[in-house]
Design a protein around this ligand. Structure first.
Ligand code: SPD
Length: 295
């Protein structure tokens, strides 16, 4: 006997999933953790009742947060993933032959353990010898690791609960300091449909820290709003320059990816006008909030 589970957005709309079986339900020191077997999206991980990943559509999110920044760097060797305890981002990072070490810094060790137990197709790479798992606060971790990484991928939860501290200028200043020269950053930066103020605020704070800030988009069906953004940031690299210089690494990733290809890489930075409006330097955050409050 199954039941419906819903992700409710701000009490205004909700997405429903038919659940055939609850595989795990528990509470860590940080949050509620559930893994359910859904009829359509396969196994689904929820944190505090928000969908984090599903077996059916996780490849879109994980390809976009990993391959776009790593292919913008000519030789990424040390990579830090902050958050991302399900392991999907690490799995994609390890597809890059130049990568010697991936540090996964996840604040909630139970997310890692539950993912290893119930989401093996997503978490399987966490046992790779190139992976170092740090169960730690990402903000504290990077403060202690200046000049250490070629790429930092911030695979956070939404900007509330344990993930809230990963959405401020001080955090991104530490991220910048943790990069080696020429390093690149990508962070998940929320939905331009359902989280418009967060898209604006994230873009604004990244612009306070990095000279190059380039949001990009794709659709993730199980995230509220559907259309999602990530943001590429760097002190000195444009996200398409390396691809245009030599695309043989991108071609190799494309050959085995389910979502990523070189056309997607280029097109992801073509922003619809309503997304452009959200990230204008002098944007209309205040009038927007007055006219269409999101929360
Ligand atoms: N609203 C969902 C945002 C989730 C972002 N992180 C997903 C983690 C997948 N590795």
């Amino acid at each position: 006997m199954g039941h419906w589970v819903y992700e409710t957005h701000d009490g205004k709309f909700r997405y429903g999933y038919w659940v055939e079986e609850v595989l795990y339900s528990g509470r860590s020191g940080f949050q509620k953790i559930d893994v359910v077997q859904t009829a359509f999206f396969g196994r689904m991980l929820l944190l505090d009742d928000l969908v984090m990943t599903t077996e059916k559509d996780e490849f879109i999110y994980h390809d976009m947060i990993s391959h776009i920044p790593l292919l913008a760097h000519p030789d990424p060797r040390r990579v830090l993933v902050i958050g991302g305890g399900d392991g999907g981002t690490v799995r994609e990072v390890l597809k890059h032959p130049s990568v010697e070490e991936v540090v996964l810094c996840e604040i909630d060790g139970e997310v890692i353990e539950v993912s290893k137990r119930f989401l093996p197709t997503i978490s399987g790479a966490l046992d790779d010898p190139r992976v170092t798992v740090e169960v730690a606060d990402g903000a504290a971790y990077i403060a202690n690791h200046p000049n250490s990484f070629d790429a930092i991928l911030v695979d956070s939860t939404d900007p509330f609960g344990p993930g809230a501290q990963l959405f401020n200028a001080e955090f991104y200043t530490r991220v910048k300091e943790a990069l080696r020269p020429g390093g690149v950053v990508a962070n998940q930066s929320e939905s331009p449909v359902s989280q418009q103020p967060e898209v604006t605020e994230t873009n604004t704070l990244l612009n306070q820290v990095f000279p190059i800030v380039r949001p990009y988009t794709a659709c993730v069906p199980t995230y509220p709003g559907g259309q999602w953004t990530w943001t590429f940031s760097s002190s000195d690299r444009e996200p398409l320059a390396e691809l245009e210089r030599d695309d043989h690494r991108a071609a190799a990733i494309e050959a085995e990816a389910r979502y990523y290809n070189r056309s997607v890489h280029r097109a992801a930075f073509a922003l619809p006008n309503y997304v452009r409006a959200l990230i204008q330097p002098d944007n209309i955050l205040k009038p927007y909030r007055e006219s269409q409050p999101c929360r």
